[in-house]
Design a protein around this ligand. Structure first.
Ligand SMILES: Nc1ncnc2c1ncn2[C@@H]1O[C@H](COP(=O)(O)OP(=O)(O)OP(=O)(O)O)[C@@H](O)[C@H]1O
Length: 255
């Protein structure tokens, strides 16, 4: 689904110096896979996601989706970021309907689809609420529903649960997995949390300290559907977490 070929990214800092953020990244992401990117702060995780999103053009190398060069953002790749970026003047329903309406879907159909998505993300009953009336977790659910409403083939998630308290985060992880298990979209997920990456993913891409290179790709061979309470008792789950935590320790960056 996504192919990243020898991508390097150099940014010019305001002091007019070149800063190598990513160095020679090559990665293939299969259709329907859940892939997380982990690594020390500043190693270029978000930059890699933005390149796939088409928001950043790589200095060297190329990213492709289904064999086509990615030259800009597109509805086939839906971003879900930590800042929810909801329209404050639109209700939950209005926010979710925005995408389908933009795509020319008739009002009644867009509304029906959006109501179904709102229910799917666990917000039935809140359709007429405005963003300022929602908690952080609820806003992130709306943001997810809004992105899903574009029917993207790939979800690009940049620490979407990073700002949430532990309990809300766990619930959203569970819900995301349930949604993903239903329609198996390809997901590229940036996180700081080793546990989150292992719990969610088929593959964890561990990056080095800046300039970011791929240090290792760890296949997470745990059965699905996954339940956190079962996994917590599973030594294989613990082993993955310890193995990856040790890589953080090696890089001088504990989590
Ligand atoms: N637009 C930009 N201009 C200049 N430098 C940038 C720009 N965007 C990112 N960088 C630099 O590139 C490096 C990688 O940034 P990036 O945000 O991708 O890292 P990250 O791994 O996502 O970090 P964190 O985990 O802290 O969120 C950093 O050193 C950052 O300062």
């Amino acid at each position: 689904m996504i192919e990243i070929n020898q991508v390097s990214q150099v940014f010019q800092t305001s002091a007019r110096q070149d800063h190598l953020a990513l160095s020679d990244i090559s990665l293939t992401i299969q259709d329907g896979a859940f892939v997380s990117i982990l690594g020390p702060s500043g190693c270029g995780k978000s930059t890699l996601l933005y390149i796939v999103g088409g928001f950043v053009r790589p200095t060297r190398g190329a990213a492709k989706m289904k064999g086509r060069a990615i030259t800009g953002p597109g509805p086939d790749r839906g971003p879900v970021f930590q800042e929810f970026a909801l329209f404050p003047w639109k209700s939950v329903l209005g926010n979710v309907m925005y995408g389908p309406r933009q795509q020319g879907i008739k009002h009644a159909e867009a509304e029906a689809q959006s109501r179904a998505l709102i229910e799917m993300v666990g917000l039935k009953g809140f359709e007429d609420f405005y963003p300022k009336e929602l908690s952080g977790g609820m806003k992130q659910r709306v943001a997810l529903a809004r992105t899903l409403a574009y029917h993207p083939e790939v979800l690009l998630m940049d620490e979407p649960f990073g700002a949430l308290d532990a309990h809300t985060r766990t619930r959203l992880q569970n819900d995301l997995l349930n949604i993903w298990e239903r329609d198996r979209k390809t997901v590229l997920f940036v996180t700081h949390s080793v546990e989150e990456a292992v719990f969610l993913s088929d593959k964890v891409v561990m990056m080095t300290r800046s300039p970011g290179r791929i240090r290792e790709i760890i296949e997470i061979d745990l059965p699905r559907p996954r339940r956190r309470t079962e996994l917590l008792l599973d030594p294989r789950y613990q082993k993955y977490i310890v193995e990856i935590e040790r890589m953080f320790d090696d890089s001088g960056e504990g989590e």
